[in-house]
Design a protein around this ligand. Structure first.
Ligand code: DC
Length: 226
């Protein structure tokens, strides 16, 4: 079977990881959550008591950080399971600083590209279609209004037992949108060859079905081309 790469980019809390996980399961692809990698790095900086706005101090930690994504959506940082810790508000509030540091991005992109070498993958993030996998077979740019995204992330956090308020989440989403799209290196923006999907009024299942239809159409096209 042909190896397929699917890139899903878009702003914070647009539902990318939820749909990417479901599509990965259905199609038998490996799901790679690149945001979780930036979050794990942020978690480590906070654990070390390093100020996440101090670029030099954070970059200096690169050699001692080992991030692994394991089956079952487990995220390990230096062998420790940080899957739950990286979703907490202290990490969410600082991760955009970490993701704006070029050296940290370059280090994590090496890992992301290596993961995409092996199997068919569906990778979600901000710069997958533009920078990490510019030759991805399918590129989706998934958006939704700030209000919709804040409600979705709030409900997700509450279901996971992560304490937060809707106001706090909405402010965090707006702030991260701004930082993610205004950084110098690999900012959040749609790849010119991406398909824009506004999910504000779509159910999760509708989004999943739409993306699967796009993937299947692409596979057919690639097969016909030989
Ligand atoms: O998708 P997420 O909310 O877990 O991402 C966490 C942060 O990491 C987000 O603010 C932007 C950043 N990020 C990025 O800059 N590039 C990626 N490929 C993935 C995430």
């Amino acid at each position: 079977m042909r190896k397929i790469t699917v890139a899903i980019d878009g702003p914070a809390a647009a539902g990318k990881s939820t749909v990417a996980k479901l599509i990965a399961e259905k199609k038998g692809y490996t799901y790679i959550d690149t945001g979780a990698m930036y979050r794990a790095f942020t978690w480590y900086c906070l654990k070390k008591g390093v100020d996440c706005q101090n670029e030099a101090a954070c970059v200096a930690l690169i050699p001692e950080v080992n991030i692994e994504l394991k089956p079952g959506h487990i995220v390990l940082c230096n062998g420790e399971d940080v899957s739950f810790a990286i979703r907490q508000t202290d990490v969410s509030g600082n991760v955009s600083y970490i993701a704006s540091y070029k050296d940290i991005r370059l280090a994590l992109v090496v890992l992301q590209r290596a993961m995409a070498e092996k199997d068919s993958v569906i990778m979600d993030g901000r710069d997958i279609g533009t920078y990490v996998l510019p030759n991805a077979d399918v590129k989706i740019y998934q958006i939704a209004s700030v209000e919709t995204r804040a409600v979705r992330r709030y409900e997700e956090n509450i279901a996971k037992g992560i304490p937060c308020t809707l106001e706090e989440i909405e402010e965090d989403v707006r702030r991260r949108d701004y930082i993610d799209s205004h950084r110098d290196f690999a900012p959040l923006k749609p790849a010119p060859d991406s398909i824009l999907l506004d999910t504000s009024y779509m159910s999760i299942q509708e989004v999943v079905d739409t993306i699967i239809m796009i993937i299947d159409r692409k596979i057919k096209e690639l097969e016909e081309r030989g």
